[in-house]
Structures are given as C-alpha cells and as structure tokens.
Design a protein around this ligand. Structure first.
Ligand code: GDP
Ligand code: MG
Length: 331
C-alpha cells in the first residue's frame, strides 16, 4: 500500500434516494451503509475510510435533505448540513429520474440546495451525476449536466453509476486531488468511526424498510440492548424495534410472527457477514409513542445531534416543496 501523503474528508450530500449510501458502499467495496428505495433511509452521518493511492479519504455519508415534518427529520437535515460544513470537499450527488425521458432538466430541489451550499461555503463542490445506467439515450446526458453547471462553478463533474461501480474511482481521484497534504488519521484497517452495534441496529432496520411501506419505515427505530461474544466466538445480540403505534407493531410481527422472523433472518445474515462470526439475534418489538418528536427518545436512540446551533441555519430560504420525493420506483 502507498504511503499516505494526503488526507481529509468528503461529505456526500444531496436529496433523498439519489444514491449517496450506494456511492459510499461502492467506494468502500463493502455494503456497509444500508440502502433502500424508501426516502430517508440514512438518518445520521456515517464515516467510511478508504485509502485511495496516496490519499486517505474519510467519506461522510449523510441523510438526504428533505422537507422535515418531525424533530427527527430536522435532526437529519442538520446532520447533513454539519457534514457539508466540516468536510474539506463536498460531493453534491444528484441522480437521473427513475424513468428518464427527454427533455431532462435538473431537479428544482437540487438547484435550491446548490444555491445554499455554494453561497455559504468556500468548500470545493464536485457534482456527481448518479444512475447514468438508467439512461438509454446517452445524448440526453450532456444537456442534463449543462442544466446543473450553467452559471455555477464545480471543482469537477463526474457522471457515475454507483450501483454498477462505474465512475466511482474517478470520484475518488477528483476528491483526492482536492485534499490537503497530511498524515493518515486512521489505522490502516479502520473502516468506520461507528461501533459494530451501530451496524447491528442498522441491519435490523434495513429489512424492515424493505418489507414495509408508507409511514411504517419512518416510524421504526432500533436499539441494541445486548452485544456480547461467547468464548466460542458466537455473538449474542438483543435488539428492540421501536414503533409508534400498535398497528405498526402488528405489521412488523406479521401473521404468527412470520414478518419478524423474516426480518430476523435477513438481519442476522447481514450482521454475520460484517462480523464474520455466527450471530444469535433476538428481536423485540415495542411501542414507544411519538418517539420522533421526543428529544429524549432521539437522544436515547442515538439520533440527536445535540443542542449546539449550526452557524448556518439548515435549509433556510429553500422551497421545501421542491424537495418532496415520492418513493423510488427504480432498483
Ligand atoms: N439504477 C440505479 N439505481 C441506483 C444507483 N445508485 C443507487 N440506486 C438505487 O437508488 C435507491 C436509493 O439509494 P441510496 O443509496 O439508499 O440513496 P441515498 O438516499 O441517497 O443514500 C436504492 O434503491 C438504490 O439501489 C445507480 O447507480 N443506478
Ligand atoms: Mg442514504
């Protein structure tokens, strides 16, 4: 491995569902972050560390900017704003629409967000155009890109397909080019700043996002009560699935517990792959009414950023309706 000569962080920011977490996973060559077609899958920021040639890149995956209806949603937007402020480089990720057809124009929510990010920060911004695999008529791409770049300055523009790992190396090349000289900040085998139990919780949430719809995915939070390893290496995990209402609890448990069983086995497989250990996973479902509005619950569930105010108000002066996003139909 090359000696590290440069180091720094890049924040992946953008609307929900454009493929930020998929891009992080492609860069890590590991499905660390959870991905789904539901908006607001990512709830806080997640750091993944890659060594790219002579550069150590800390990649900050963030929640998608969206019109927040709950305290949870507001915290999520703040996580993203803060990551964009702190990072050395911002990758502003946009994507082609699920069924691209001419004429393609930029999403108005993207333009509103760009205005705010570029006005308030001196940080260089790389425009990443994701999901180019959806485009059969490749000649539509250039005018689409021009819709973003006209009258704006980007440090680079990189069309990619995060899902097919196409163009991801170029994103890392461009990020590395913009990072300052410096020593490695992490051990060579450090992958993330999050503890394993964080991923255990996320990997329980992921199959629930996939199996449920409408309000249920948003009303779910996971806490891990036990995470311990036996002498023979087996890892025992006990986790609670918090929902807001009894009806949601019934949906998750399913007929004779079949729903919960499916969630448990999908989550267990995912956790075992990360830990490379056999896992014994026990799940409980509990109604914690109104948790998304209760600061104490958000703190308990590890979703609060804290009380410190951002120097820049999140999403000030943005047409929030432009950020409305239906569930993604692709993938
Ligand atoms: N067709 C296509 N779909 C993608 C691509 N990248 C991500 N997706 C899908 O878009 C959805 C949202 O992805 P995710 O990474 O969770 O988006 P995020 O909300 O920005 O983090 C998922 O269903 C992904 O599988 C891509 O390059 N091409
Ligand atoms: Mg995400």
């Amino acid at each position: 491995m090359d000696e590290v000569k440069k180091s720094g962080t890049v924040a992946l920011v953008g609307r929900s569902n454009v493929g930020k977490s998929t891009l992080l996973n492609a860069a890590l060559a590991l499905p660390l972050a959870i991905v789904s077609r539901k908006p607001q899958t990512t709830r806080d920021r997640l750091l993944g560390v890659v060594r790219h040639r002579d550069t150590e890149i800390g990649i900050l995956d963030t929640p998608g900017f969206h019109r927040a209806r709950t305290k949870l949603g507001k915290e999520m937007n703040r996580h993203a704003r803060r990551a964009a402020k702190e990072a050395d480089v911002v990758c502003f990720v946009v994507s082609l629409p699920p069924k691209p057809k001419a004429p393609l124009s930029p999403h108005p929510g993207d333009l509103a967000l760009l205005r705010q990010i570029q006005e308030n920060e001196e940080t260089p911004v790389i425009l990443v155009i994701n999901k180019v695999d959806l485009l059969r008529q490749k000649d539509l791409l250039l005018p689409f890109i021009a819709g973003y770049t006209e009258g704006r300055t980007f440090a680079a523009v990189v069309p990619i397909s995060a899902q097919r790992d196409d163009g991801v190396t170029r994103v890392l090349d461009e990020v590395a080019r913009l990072l300052p000289e410096g020593d490695a900040r992490f051990d060579e085998d450090t992958l993330t700043d999050r503890p394993l139990r964080y991923f255990a919780a996320e990997y329980v949430r992921e199959p629930i996002l996939k199996a449920t719809s409408q309000e249920v995915p948003h009303a779910v939070a996971i806490t891990v009560e036990r995470f311990s390893q036996r002498a023979n290496g087996i890892v025992d995990i006990e986790a609670t699935i918090h929902v807001e209402r009894n009806g949601q609890k019934r949906i998750i448990i399913g007929e004779k517990g079949s729903g919960l069983k499916k969630v448990g086995s999908a989550a267990r497989e995912r956790i075992e792959a990360l830990l490379e250990r056999q896992v014994n996973l026990q799940l409980f479902v509990r109604v914690t009414a109104g948790w998304r509005e209760r600061p104490a619950s958000l703190a308990d569930f590890g979703l609060a950023l804290g009380t410190e105010e951002l120097a820049v108000a999140p999403l000030e002066g943005i047409d929030l309706d432009a950020l409305e996003e239906p569930e993604n139909e692709d993938a």
